[in-house]
Every structure is written in C-alpha cells, then in structure tokens.
Design a binder for this molecule. Structure first.
Ligand code: SAM
Length: 373
C-alpha cells in the first residue's frame, strides 16, 4: 500500500498529520467531548494507556494552552468550504471566516492544571503533562500515580488521592491477536484496571471514559459501572470505524456507595460472594451493593440459580457521536492531484514490533530459521 493510499483510505489519519496530532485517536476524544462536554470545569485529569499521546495533546491544548480545538477547530476547513460553496450558489459569496467566528467558543488557559499520563511504552514529553511508564494492571502503579498527582503531600500508605481528579480517560488496547474472545478478555482486564485506578483518584461527581470492545457479556460491565456512576452511556465516535467492535463507555457523576474504600488487593471486592439481606433479594432494577465487615463494598449481580428466568441485564444507552459533517472513518476520499503525503507527527519510540523485525532480520528474512516469540 502506497503512502498516499493510506491518506486516501483514512481521512482521520491524514487529518491527524495535517493538524499535528500524534495519532488519529485524538479525533475520538474530540468527538466524545463534542457530545458529552467532558472538559467543562476540568483541571485535573489522568490519561491511562496514553502513548503515543494524542489524547494528552488534546488535554494539553484545551486545558493548559486554552486552544480552540474540537468541532470549530478541526472541521473549520471542511465547514468553510461547504459554506463557501452554498453561499456561491445562493448570494454569490459570503465572508466565510466571519460566519464561523460567530459560533466558535473561545477558551482560556485554566489555572492549576494537573495531567498525568501512563503507558507501558515510553512517551515523548508533552508540555505540562507528567508521563509515567508503567503497567496499569499492576498494583504498584497506584502509588506511582498518587505521587505524580500530589508530589508535595504524597503519603506512601494511602490508596486514595489527597486531591482527587475530575476525569480519568483510558484508551487502553492490547496488541490485538484477531482471536475475538481473547482480545475482548484482555481488553476487559485493562478496563477493570483502569476502573480500579479511577476509584482511587476520582472526586465525587467525576467522570470516567474508557475504550471497550463490545463483546457478548459487555452488559455485565455496564451494570458494574452503574453501581459507582450515576450515568453510564456507550458512545461510538464517527472517527471510530463502524466495522470495529470498539466503543467508549462514558460514565459521569461518580457516586460510590457510602463507606466505599478503594483497595489495591481486592478492588470492588471482586472474587468474594456474600450473603444478601432478604430486602435486597427483592431489588432487581440495580445491581446489589454489599458492605463487607472490613468496609469494602462488593458488587453483586445476582446468580442464575437464584433468579431462574429473571433478566438482570442493564443495557446502557448507545450514542453515535461526532458531527454529521465530520469525515466517515470507513470511507475513502478523493485527494487533490497536488496532495503532499506528510510524515507521522510522532513515530512510535519503542514499538513492540521493533524487536520482532530485528529478530527477523537476524534470521535472514521472513522465512529465516529463527522462530519468533
Ligand atoms: N490514546 C492514545 C493516543 O491518543 O495516542 C492511544 C492509545 S493506544 C490505542 C493503546 C495503548 O495502550 C498503547 O500505547 C499500549 O502501550 C497501551 N497499553 C496496553 N496495555 C497497557 C497496560 N497494561 N498498561 C499501560 N498501557 C497499556
């Protein structure tokens, strides 16, 4: 596949390079923000699975620099072209710049912004962002994160942030194998880890956004999230290919059960089943919250043997997001003859495939004697 062929088949890939984003994923966050206004009043954010860093770039531009990104920023060119065309047909022309300025929100840099980004892979520095190289599924990452959030007041024995954050975002994805069940399982472990970190750092009312793969049992996840968040929705941005099982849970209004304590060893009391009180057996609209003697709240979704035939599933509302004028991620677009193919803004610093390529080279090519992995 030629370089310009990728530009043609993936409008967001091309647009990301034109606008200086490190990855096309930036548009997913921008389109989620368009729909859910995620950044309103937000100053403290944790970006999980953040490399190469396009989501952190969005945070940096909006919160730290107060730049105008989002609908008015990235669609300006396209919108102006359309408006100019429409104006030509009707009144013979209009000053398009003025039309857009009227509806463009003007942002200001915010004060006391703190953004921490974590990834397994190294990430090139970004202005105003603290980056950590760590595994979000490992308990040792929690103290690292707490220290990065509040270096002055860090208490090594604490499991909860002294100054909690407004928003936790996670775009985590494993190296996809193509075996759907396995990929969905590994992805679910990442979401679980991201949620556990969010429980340690989110302030009441805070928000959590995470990539999910919509598999067979994804409604179990929605029900679990519904225990700690007031609103749980699933969103598919226009920049995410319709052919992909990828979507994003957007959870707002963090409201953990009373007495809830984050735990490193036993997040959400997973793995332990407790007796339910008789009154709880009659409540079927919400998953159960059970408080253990040690104060940890366990999530309980009922069991099939007790509730034969009863449907305890909770289906989250689904929203397609991104303005209709935005590019379609599955479509190919005509490129002008003089189109210049740009290099990626930030090539991966240590891509996992690099070692494989080195091994293949050492073995004398694709059919060499050394087996990979
Ligand atoms: N949001 C990023 C951006 O905008 O540039 C793109 C994220 S990329 C789709 C998925 C990332 O998840 C990869 O960089 C990968 O290293 C990271 N990842 C996967 N498993 C992880 C783990 N256990 N801990 C930390 N990061 C992980």
């Amino acid at each position: 596949m030629g370089k310009s062929s990728k530009d043609k088949r993936d409008a967001y890939y091309r647009l990301a390079k034109e606008q200086g984003w490190r990855a096309r994923s930036a548009f997913k966050l921008l389109q989620l923000d368009e729909e859910f206004n995620l950044f309103e009043g937000v100053t403290r954010v944790v970006d999980l699975c953040a490399a190469p860093g396009s989501w952190s770039q969005v945070l940096s531009r909006v919160l730290i620099k107060g730049e105008r990104v989002g609908r008015a920023g990235w669609e300006d060119k396209q919108a102006k072209e359309k408006l100019a065309l429409a104006a030509e047909r009707t009144s013979g022309g209009v000053q398009v710049d003025n039309v857009r300025e009227d509806v463009t929100p003007v942002l200001k840099p915010r004060e006391n912004v703190r953004i921490v980004a974590i990834d397994l892979q190294p990430m090139s520095p970004l202005e105003g962002i603290t980056t950590l190289r760590a595994d979000i599924t490992h308990p040792s990452t929690i103290p690292l994160l707490l220290k990065a959030l509040d270096p002055e007041t860090f208490d090594p024995t604490a499991v909860q942030a002294s100054q909690p954050v407004d928003l936790v975002i996670s775009d985590g994805a494993p190296d996809v194998t193509g075996l759907h069940d396995l990929d969905i399982y590994v992805q679910s472990q990442l979401i679980w880890a991201a949620l556990n970190l969010a429980l340690c750092v989110l302030k009441p009312g805070g928000s959590f956004v995470a990539k999910i793969f919509r598999g067979k049992d994804v409604d179990l996840l929605y029900a679990q999230l519904k225990i700690v968040f007031e609103r749980v929705r699933v969103a598919k941005p226009r920049s995410s290919r319709a052919s992909s099982v990828e979507a994003f849970v957007v959870c707002t209004g963090f409201n953990p059960p009373q007495g809830f304590k984050a735990s490193l060893d036993n997040p959400l009391g997973a793995g332990t089943r407790l007796e339910r009180s008789p009154s709880m057996k009659t409540e079927r609209t919400q998953p159960y919250r059970v408080t253990r003697p040690d104060g940890i709240i366990e999530l309980e979704l009922g069991s099939e043997d007790e509730d034969e035939g009863e449907d305890i599933r909770w289906i989250a509302p689904f929203l397609a997001c991104g303005d209709l004028s935005a590019y379609d991620a599955d479509a190919s677009y005509h490129l002008p003859k003089d189109h210049v193919v740009l290099d990626p803004v930030q090539p991966p610093t240590a891509p996992p495939y690099k070692k494989a390529l080195e091994m293949r080279k050492a073995a004398g090519g694709a059919y060499g004697k050394t087996k990979l992995g």
